[in-house]
Design a protein around this ligand. Structure first.
Ligand SMILES: [Zn+2]
Ligand SMILES: [Zn+2]
Length: 248
């Protein structure tokens, strides 16, 4: 599988190039997108023809993870002849959120086939997907995506405030693409995000083959996060940035 980072920023940032969360995963026979946050439709359109993706998985209904479904919808409807459609899997109520943004019932359904996520296993194009609920909003998901031949696993945390939710999803040797919103600082009560100590715990207990860090908030320093994780984890660990492409 190939992972293209379309956006790896948090909800807002002054860091140059920090867009919302969005990751393109490609393999022979298809492509899927994990989240589509602010500003990332352009990156998606530069990487692939958007109507050709097998599906888009939305982790939860915070706009930094789904808001660019709006430009995607417009693109499918107005740019393509005949208009295109894309399958979207997201928490219940996603279509209604998009409709409300535009003040137009049926706005989402005009171009997007929106299915409600449930925990469990399903297929999207050539990929296997396991969705698991995580503590963040009342209906938030992390995903484990497996290659068509089953050889590689990628776990994407979405936004997650409880390590044990991810431990159920990660298999030894997987690539773990995980948020570390609060850097080396404590996570405030009720914020439901992760910090560097949580990543250390994940590395120790889940034994991923590689850790890719993302979603660090504005003003938080990545360097001490890497230092702390590397002190406890012998595998490769780094922050991902927009535009980079990695082989999994
Ligand atoms: Zn969130
Ligand atoms: Zn977020």
């Amino acid at each position: 599988m190939e992972l293209t980072v379309l956006g790896a920023g948090p909800a807002y940032s002054n860091r140059p190039g920090a867009l919302g969360s969005a990751y393109l995963v490609e393999a022979a026979g298809g492509a899927i997108v994990l989240d589509l946050g602010q500003g990332t439709f352009t990156e998606l359109a530069l990487a692939v023809e958007p109507s050709r993706v097998s599906g888009i998985l939305i982790s939860h209904l915070h706009p930094d993870h789904f808001i660019d479904l709006v430009p995607l919808r417009h693109y499918l409807r107005y740019e393509l002849r005949p208009p295109g459609r894309v399958q979207v899997f997201g928490p219940g109520g996603l279509a209604e959120r998009l409709d409300a943004l535009h003040g137009e019932p049926g706005f989402a359904a005009a171009s997007l086939d929106v299915a409600a996520l449930e925990p469990g296993l399903f297929g999207v194009g050539p990929f296997g997907v396991e969705a698991a609920r995580v503590a963040h909003t009342a209906d938030s998901y992390a995903f484990r995506v497996t290659a068509p031949d089953g050889s590689t696993g990628l776990v994407y945390s979405g936004d997650c405030g409880r390590v044990t939710d991810l431990l159920r999803l990660v298999r030894e040797g997987d690539t773990l693409l995980v948020e570390v919103s609060f850097g080396t600082s404590p996570v405030p009560e009720g914020a439901w995000h992760l910090n560097a100590d949580d990543i250390v715990e994940l590395a120790r207990d889940a034994r991923p083959g590689r850790i890719l860090l993302t979603h660090i908030q504005m003003g938080f320093d990545p360097a001490p996060v890497l230092e702390r994780v590397r002190a406890a984890y012998g595998g490769p660990v780094r922050f991902v940035t927009r535009g980079e492409r990695l082989s999994l």
